[in-house]
Design a protein around this ligand. Structure first.
Ligand code: ATP
Length: 329
């Protein structure tokens, strides 16, 4: 166990610490062969989107970490013991301040099990909020180290913005993106298991046929230049094929987004959320309206119907919320 970096403040903080943390999409998710440890080497480009969870941490007795989850899909989040935010707060306490405790209130805005790193985002939010609540003030490197122990996507959700990820996705290089892109996200009422999607990837691609992963040429230039058409052409997700194999109706949603005029389309992460890139905010609103119509069965034009009971969101990326957007109260 590491030495405590700081003596936690004994000052009561009944109002707690509130953190807003965005979900992500992967603009590229290039998967290498399965490693001996069971993980796959990845070359990925993460981007935060303006669909976020909120986490509020308040003081609890020493050694106690509890959680309450509300918001869309809260019933799909597992038992408190398995909640990634609880595990994050416990890890932080065990490592630095065993006599601290916290109660966490999570309001879900990120679809659960949607391939948008909702659980990872909550873990990042818990690290950040409890760091403040307990008066630790750890440097970001220390929080990123703990984040990597919690899961492959946790370091990025702590960082926010846009970043290239290597290894399991935890080795990050931030990318400065000054342009805003406009996306439409179509979520699904039933999640997809990330391990199941990777297993199907392995079935479809024997390890000896899988090359070392690399970020597609042109993708970073399109991001930096703010060119949605070039970005749309450069999007790539090697998990799309296994996700569609497990959930064939995703092909219908992807086709509907293309028909609606999206300049790029992809399955987000391991799915089942589908992401559509628009030229601008106005076109994103139009694509969303068309997909909502198709989902509601109101669209009379020829083309695929989108399964009902899906949510359609218009989001901006990269999101302006992220690491260190912690506020009191
Ligand atoms: P993954 O990180 O596996 O790619 P995902 O991004 O698709 O997952 P999540 O919303 O993180 O989706 O949910 C994955 C699983 O994690 C769910 O089955 C859920 O029960 C569990 N989970 C644990 N903690 C949380 C949390 N705080 N919020 C959402 N899901 C959580």
């Amino acid at each position: 166990m590491a030495e405590p970096l700081a003596t936690p403040s004994t000052q009561a903080r009944p109002d707690g610490v509130r953190v807003r943390v965005p979900g992500k999409i992967n603009l590229a998710l290039c998967v290498g062969p399965r490693r001996p440890d069971g993980f796959h080497d990845l070359a990925t480009v993460f981007q935060s989107v303006s669909l976020a969870d909120e986490l509020r941490a308040t003081e609890a007795p020493a050694g106690v970490v509890t959680v309450a989850v509300r918001g869309r899909g809260a019933d799909l989040v597992g038992a408190p013991e398995d909640n990634l935010a609880v595990r994050a707060a416990r890890l932080l306490a065990e490592t630095y301040v065993p006599r601290c405790g916290a109660h966490l209130e999570i309001t879900k805005g990120i679809p659960v099990a949607g391939g948008m790193a909702g659980g990872s985002a909550d873990a990042a939010a818990a690290l950040l909020a409890c760091d403040r609540l307990w008066g630790l003030g750890l440097p970001s490197e220390a929080l990123l180290e703990l984040a990597a122990l919690l899961g492959s996507d946790v370091p990025f959700t702590l960082l926010g913005g846009t970043a290239i990820g290597h290894g399991r996705g935890e080795r990050l290089t931030p990318v400065r993106v000054d342009h805003t892109f406009h996306w439409v996200l179509v979520t699904s009422p039933d999640g997809l298991s990330t391990p199941a999607v990777f297993r199907r990837f392995d079935e479809l691609h024997p390890p000896e046929t899988v090359p070392a992963p690399a970020v597609p040429e042109g993708l970073l230039a399109a991001l930096v230049e703010g060119d949605p058409v070039a970005l749309g052409a450069a999007l790539r997700n090697d998990l799309a094929e296994p996700a569609v194999a497990l959930r064939p109706e995703l092909a219908v949603i992807l086709a509907a987004g293309t028909e609606a005029g999206a300049v790029g389309r992809m399955v987000s992460g391991s799915g089942p959320t589908c992401a559509f890139l628009a030229r601008d905010a106005a076109q994103a609103a139009g694509i969303a309206a068309e997909l909502r119509d198709r989902s509601a069965g109101q669209d009379r034009r020829p083309g695929p119907d989108v399964h009902p009971a899906r949510d359609v969101y218009v989001v901006r990326a990269p999101a302006s919320v992220g690491f260190l957007h912690a506020g009191r109260g």
